[in-house]
Design a protein around this ligand. Structure first.
Ligand SMILES: Nc1ncnc2c1ncn2[C@@H]1O[C@H](COP(=O)(O)OP(=O)(O)OP(=O)(O)O)[C@@H](O)[C@H]1O
Ligand SMILES: [Mg+2]
Length: 398
């Protein structure tokens, strides 16, 4: 069918033609936003899920809902190479400028700008035309203290203006541990003071572990809903609904086949959907078309995202990833991976940590390691020969 009419939209954070299966999460976010707008306590949450499940799409959706409810929003995609202070300051500046437009008597706005100015000076952040000049109360340079002060100043200014602040932070797993602790402590203070500030985050599943020292606060402060593949009904809806808008149907067995091939992962559903559209000359899209599309989808992924991800790895990281792949799609025991590599657990641990740092792998629990990209294990088995069994000098310990 005509490519120009193809409704599917595979990509990073690209809005799907049908946002299927996420109503409960959207309702949870909407409720939190409405509560915070009504001056009620509301729980922030951080969505945890693998690559391509739709975390960014959801954050964009929440941002829209927050704006519709008259909140001031700021969206941040965390950069692993920059300290959090540098990344947050411009966003908080933007929020302050917007709050400043809502006129209200009082000196609280000045106090909030001063707080930001002090913060920017302490953490060496350039903020457009914001004059550093003489700061009445210099910041301490301790992120926990300074970020808390700044959040409180912003929260108070928002409360006085009868609005709320919604921060959206994507790729939250890249926030360095100390910075994440500071962010959690600042939000903890905000919630104690019942100020109208909410955080919605998205990240890879190892985040909950990362929260470290601030963990006990973090556990009470946030929910961590997991975002996974779509169930079969939602996955079929994600495929069938956009096509139906153009009066194109899928046969039932074609839908079943695609759901099985994609495992219901949203990114793959978009890729498979797009290829099915190209493979079928007219409605309906049948099982034969779906099978052809599936081959093309796999070949296209091999040549694009999978290949790019593999190319980012060093030789020893590739070998580690290949050994992981040998153990199947589910997270594997690091000791089994080590054994396949002929290494002890201690020898292989630094390689495992490098893969985690690169966002290629995650550890759902102690001793386990899995790929952050679904189906990457299949790709690795296609792309590289199996590791030859090796003997370890010492038996690998768990
Ligand atoms: N609920 C959904 N129904 C159908 N398609 C979806 C859904 N959610 C996301 N998608 C599609 O899946 C793809 C990936 O979405 P998105 O980039 O938001 O995932 P992500 O979890 O942020 O991935 P990453 O961890 O790589 O950043 C996009 O093409 C998007 O259109
Ligand atoms: Mg994303």
């Amino acid at each position: 069918m005509q490519s120009a009419q193809n409704p599917y939209n595979p990509g990073a954070g690209t809005p799907p033609p049908e946002l299927a299966g996420r109503d409960p999460l959207i309702a949870q976010a909407r409720l939190a936003i409405e509560r915070v707008r009504n001056g009620r306590p509301a729980k922030s949450f951080v969505m945890l899920g693998l690559r391509g499940v739709g975390k960014t799409v959801l954050l964009n959706e929440f941002e829209q809902i927050a704006e519709q409810h008259g909140c001031q929003t700021a969206m941040l995609e965390t950069d692993p190479d920059k300290p959090l202070a540098q990344q947050l300051a411009p966003q908080l500046h933007r929020i302050l400028l917007r709050l400043d437009r809502i006129k209200k008597a009082g000196s609280d706005m000045q106090a909030a700008f001063n707080s930001l100015r002090a913060f920017a000076a302490a953490f060496k952040v350039q903020l457009g035309d914001l004059e550093f000049g003489l700061v009445p109360n210099p910041a301490t340079g301790d992120l926990v203290v300074d970020l808390t002060d700044l959040f409180v100043a912003i929260g108070e200014a928002a409360k006085k203006r009868d609005t709320a602040v919604v921060l959206l932070i994507d790729e939250i797993q890249y926030i360095q541990k100390g910075d994440l602790g500071a962010l959690i402590m600042a939000l903890h203070k905000i919630s104690q003071r019942q100020l109208p500030v909410l955080l919605f985050g998205g990240g890879l599943p190892q985040l909950a572990k990362l929260a470290g020292d601030a963990k006990s606060y973090a556990e009470r402060l946030f929910d961590y809903p997991s975002v996974g593949p779509l169930d079969a009904i939602s996955a079929k809806q994600a495929l069938a609904t956009p096509a139906l808008r153009d009066k194109v149907k899928f046969s039932d067995d074609a839908l079943d086949y695609i759901v099985a091939q994609t495992g219901g992962y949203p990114f793959f559903l978009q890729v498979w959907g797009a290829h099915c559209w190209e493979a079928a000359p007219a409605s309906p899209i049948t099982l034969t078309h779906a099978k052809k599309a599936s081959e093309q989808a796999v070949a296209a992924l091999d040549e694009s995202i999978f290949k790019v991800r593999l190319a980012r790895l060093t030789d020893r990281q590739k070998a580690y990833a290949r050994a992981m792949a040998e153990l199947g799609p589910e997270p594997a025991n690091s000791s089994d991976v080590a054994r396949l590599l002929g290494l002890t657990v201690a020898q292989s641990a630094p390689i495992r940590d490098e893969l985690i740092k690169k966002g290629m792998a995650y550890s759902p629990e102690r001793g386990l390691i899995g790929f952050t990209v679904p189906k990457f294990d299949e790709y690795m088995r296609r792309a590289m020969p199996a590791p030859k069994p090796k003997r370890t000098s010492r038996p690998a310990k768990a």
